[in-house]
Design a protein around this ligand. Structure first.
Ligand SMILES: Nc1ncnc2c1ncn2[C@@H]1O[C@H](COP(=O)(O)OP(=O)(O)OP(=O)(O)O)[C@@H](O)[C@H]1O
Ligand SMILES: [Mg+2]
Length: 147
């Protein structure tokens, strides 16, 4: 502790539900930062996918939220916290292909029901909490020894 190299870098982005103009900006900035910091391509790729799918879920399914990232040389913590409808059945939401996205969203190319399963697949640690009518919290850790 106190060692400059071990200090965490924190990034925070505000996300607005249904804002398809700015959709993907937060995760693409996260990806660029991780690249510049010298993380391995595989770590950058996994963190970028997790951040993107988390960001899109807030924009598509929730009213508003925040995407937070805490970066240390050893791990990348990604948190997506939103205010929205929440998820009644998390087990069902985690199934590949399950989606409640309406036709309008599917026409934009989303709603394959692959976001949450892919987040879990690419994360080293994954937690999801949700309260119906209140919102959802995702916490993902990617181990990132830069070697
Ligand atoms: N932040 C959220 N708030 C409320 N519901 C959510 C949230 N994230 C996911 N869900 C619910 O879980 C379902 C599955 O999510 P998932 O990300 O796997 O698929 P999708 O977003 O519907 O489609 P895709 O991610 O493939 O574009 C969603 O359709 C939605 O019902
Ligand atoms: Mg999704």
């Amino acid at each position: 502790m106190g060692d400059k190299a071990e200090q965490a870098i924190m990034l925070e982005f505000t996300l607005q539900g249904q804002d398809f103009i700015r959709a993907g900006e937060a995760s693409s900035e996260i990806k660029q930062r991780l690249k510049k910091l010298g993380f391995k391509p595989d770590v950058v790729r996994r963190a970028a996918i997790v951040a993107y799918e988390s960001e899109m879920n807030v924009i598509i399914h929730a009213r508003k939220g925040t995407l937070r990232v805490e970066i240390t040389p050893r791990k990348i913590l990604i948190q997506a916290l939103d205010e929205g409808p929440g998820i009644a059945d998390i087990e069902q939401a985690m199934q590949e292909g399950f989606s409640t996205a309406p036709d309008m969203i599917r026409e934009l190319g989303f709603g394959a029901g692959m976001g949450l399963p892919n987040i879990k697949r690419f994360a080293d640690e994954f937690k999801i909490q949700s309260r119906v009518g209140e919102g959802t919290l995702l916490e993902i850790i990617i181990h990132a020894d830069k070697g």
